[in-house]
Design a protein around this ligand. Structure first.
Ligand code: ATP
Ligand code: MG
Length: 214
């Protein structure tokens, strides 16, 4: 796949003929300098952005980027995405932000909120369940965003610097949960600048200037 961004006269090549295969159960790292295209690649794999050229298959099915409703359905059911900048809903509590992934899939509010609280407790946030995002620290928001991405047991988990704002102890707890998702059969891809975190991966892809290095 390739991805260009056009802005007035200038054209940025954010992805240059990237080809990759993420298998079920794999925990793949994605490394590379700032601006090398990691988030762009995750956005395309997470079906939040269309490639400019090339194609993508999910569980063997080609993805049609022109069908917005089908994309929404795939994102809701099969994909979990820990965004680099969290993207929490400001008017919802931590519990509700996490429960959203279950509510959209038809779960009752009571059951979704109970599961969300249980997962928040696993990342040390039982005492923050009713806080709004603006009442959370950066690392706490990151953990809420993480819980939202995994609670519906996605087949494909995309994590963009999921431990970027965390101390090593809390970061390890997140990495344990990511590894657990892969053991449960999800394909996982994690962008990170942290070589320590990348050591947890089964393999690491490295990017430079929008291309995957051999
Ligand atoms: N919407 C956009 N319009 C124009 N250029 C963009 C846009 N989004 C990203 N870019 C450019 O594409 C390139 C790749 O950006 P990307 O966010 O994928 O990098 P990254 O590897 O995730 O960096 P970081 O480690 O800093 O998060 C950068 O040069 C960036 O400036
Ligand atoms: Mg990025």
């Amino acid at each position: 796949m390739s991805k260009f961004y056009s802005r007035a006269e200038e054209r940025v090549s954010a992805l240059r003929e990237v080809s990759c295969d993420i298998k079920a159960g794999e925990f793949v790292g994605l490394a590379g300098p700032s601006g090398s295209g990691k988030s762009t690649l995750l956005n395309v794999l997470g079906l939040t952005d269309a490639p400019s050229s090339g194609s993508l298959s999910l569980q063997g099915e080609p993805v049609d980027f022109s069908k917005e409703a089908a994309l929404r359905e795939l994102r809701r059911t099969k994909i979990g995405y820990v965004f680099q900048y969290f993207n929490l809903v400001p008017s919802l509590t931590a519990t509700e932000n996490v429960a959203i992934s279950l509510l959209l899939n038809g779960c009752s509010y009571r059951a979704a909120a109970a599961q969300a609280r249980e997962l928040l407790a696993k990342v040390g946030l039982e005492a923050r369940a009713l806080h709004l995002p603006q009442q959370l620290s950066g690392g706490e928001m990151q953990r809420v965003a993480f819980c939202r991405a995994i609670i519906h047991k996605p087949r494909l988990l995309l994590a963009d610097e999921p431990t970027g704002n965390l101390d090593s102890h809390t970061g390890d707890a997140i990495l344990d949960l990511i590894a657990e998702a892969a053991l449960g059969g999800a394909g996982v891809i994690m962008a990170s600048h942290n070589e320590q975190a990348l050591k947890r991966c089964s393999r690491v892809m490295r990017m430079r200037d929008g291309a995957l290095r051999a």
